[in-house]
Structures are given as C-alpha cells and as structure tokens.
Design a protein around this ligand. Structure first.
Ligand code: CP
Ligand code: NVA
Length: 308
C-alpha cells in the first residue's frame, strides 16, 4: 500500500476528514474521562523537524506520541545535518529506516513535497510558507464541537492571504462551508488555490461587509514567520483590518472567533478580544493535541472504527 502523507487537506477525502474530526472528538472525551489509557503505538517514534519556531505544534505532537505510548524526537535544523546541507531526500531515506512517522515545519512547500516523495513513512505538514493543515483540523474540530456540522455555514477570514488562509480555502472545499476572504489589496491568497475552490470562496476588501451575518470569524498575524522585515509595511497596509468586538457584533449572535495563535494584541486583534466569550482560542489550541492524535492514528492505521 502506498504511504499516506498529509501535506495539505486535499490529501484526504472529505469523508476521511469528517471521520477524523469525529474521531478526534471521541479521543478527547476518552482522555478527559480515563486519562491517557489508549496506547496504540508503544515504542513508535515520530521525528519532528523544525526549521521555524513553535510552541503549540511541538507540544501537541510530542504529547500525542507520549500519550500513545511512543516517543517524539525534536530535530532542529540548527543541530542536525539538514542545517549543514545534507540533501532533504537523503534525510528522508535515513529517517524512514528508523522512525514510524515524520512531522516537518519548514519554509518551502516544494521542499516538504521532495521530502515526502523520498520518505517511506508518513509525512505530516506542520506548517510551510503555503499551508498549515494541522491547524485547520483543530479549527474545524472546535467549530464542530461548539456548533455542530459546519456544512453550509459561513466563515470569514480577515487579513493576510497566507498559509493559514490557503488552508481555510481547502477546508471550505473539503468540509462544504462558505468562506469569505477579506484582505487588503495586494495581500490576496494565491490565485490558483482560490480558483480551485470555485464559488465556495469569495474575495472581499471591506471587513464590515465580510463579517455581516457570519457564523465564524478568524484571522492571523499580519507578518508570518520569515516576513519579519516586512512588519512595518504590513502594519500600515493592514491597519483597517483589525478584528475587534465591534466588528464581531456585525456577525451572527452565536459567532465564534478563532485564531491559530500566537496573536499580536493591538495589531490583528484588539487588546481585549481574546477575553470576549465569542473567542474560543484556548479550546482551539488544546484541540491541536486531539486532532493530531486522530491524524497520527489515521496515517498509521487508516480510519479507526468508533468504540476503540
Ligand atoms: N498555531 C501554531 O501552529 O502555533 P505554534 O507556532 O506555536 O506551533
Ligand atoms: N501565518 C503564521 C502562522 C503561525 C502558526 C506563520 O506562518 O507564521
């Protein structure tokens, strides 16, 4: 059987993704009731390659493997041979000889694809410049937990047409909700990713118009990792795109606010937005653990029947 990788949300079918979300909710409930008693992967190892910083992604994958009875290895490009120029394909072949699954956070999505092409064990995208699919698993899980099926609902992305925005576009396609993207001129998502979504995604430039009657609103930092030198220019371009309580008031009464975090208060969100009851970002962050457990299980075992 060909090795399954998870490089974008398009690497699983809509049905597989829906099952995965339900499975994540089941795994979460079992953990809360019984503690980490479900240990399907004793002595299994996950290599975690980080070429960018992380808090949530590292802690959630490492905890997931510990709960599962396995172990995770933190590999920074600073202290591995990757950082000294060992070819990515060679690294993939070597790791495939030793570990059961690999997670990578890196800059180039093409580099991630090269790694996966050479890997005989599953590879998970833990963020590239172009996509952040693991975050969307946690985001859709959170939305589903709190509001039921997301099908035919309306989500709004305010801000940069970045890696998170691209994964929201893919999520709209795969989970069947509508997505409005609202960004400054010149900061739109990639045209090919947008075009592939057809009429489930619309592009706007007015935040008030975008959030009117929305079921969910989300945003992200104005300058992503690797864009630090653009921070000042972006702060000017995005000044009218802050999400605050008054903007959320334009949405449905039961609107939810998500943010992948880390957040910059006073920039893409108001100082107090994360204290508003409509913001569910701590639950969202915690769901990284449960959603990624379901993902690891799916890649190593296939869809697992409920009841396990
Ligand atoms: N949201 C997210 O991926 O957070 P980290 O950068 O802390 O992993
Ligand atoms: N767009 C952000 C997401 C961080 C989780 C970045 O790439 O830095």
């Amino acid at each position: 059987m060909a090795t399954r990788h998870f490089l974008t949300l398009m690497d699983a079918s809509p049905e597989e993704l829906s099952n995965l979300i339900q499975r994540a909710i089941t795994i979460k409930h079992a953990l809360k009731l019984e503690g980490p008693t479900y240990t399907p992967f004793p002595n299994h190892t996950m290599a975690m390659i980080f070429e960018k910083s992380s808090t949530r992604t590292r802690v959630s994958f490492e905890t997931a493997m510990a709960h599962f009875g396995g172990h995770a290895l933190f590999l920074s490009s600073r202290d591995t041979q990757l950082g000294r120029g060992e070819p990515i394909g060679d690294t993939a072949r070597v790791l495939s000889e030793m570990v059961d699954i690999v997670m990578i956070r890196t800059f180039s999505h093409a580099g991630l694809e090269s790694f996966a092409a050479a890997s005989s064990v599953p590879v998970i995208n833990a963020l590239t410049d172009d996509y952040h699919p693991c975050q969307l698993l946690a985001d859709v899980m959170t939305w589903t937990e709190l509001r039921g099926s997301v099908k035919d609902k309306t989500a709004v992305w305010i801000g940069d047409g970045n890696n998170m925005c691209h994964s929201w576009i893919n999520a709209a396609r795969q989970f069947g909700f509508r997505l409005r993207i609202c960004c400054p001129e010149g900061y739109e998502p990639r045209q090919d990713i947008l075009a592939a979504a057809g009429d489930s995604v619309t592009l706007l430039h007015d935040p008030v118009e975008a959030v009117t009657d929305a079921d969910l609103v989300t945003t992200d930092v104005w300058a992503s990792m690797g864009q630090e030198e653009e921070q000042a220019k972006r702060a000017t371009a995005f000044a009218d795109f802050q999400v605050n309580e008054a903007l959320l008031d334009r949405a449905h009464d039961d609107v939810l606010f998500l943010h992948c975090l880390p957040a910059h208060r006073g920039e893409e969100i108001s100082d107090t937005l994360l204290d508003d009851p409509r913001a569910v970002v701590w639950q969202e962050a915690g769901n990284r653990l449960h959603a990624q457990k379901a993902l690891i299980e799916f890649l190593l075992l296939g869809n697992v029947e409920e009841g396990q």
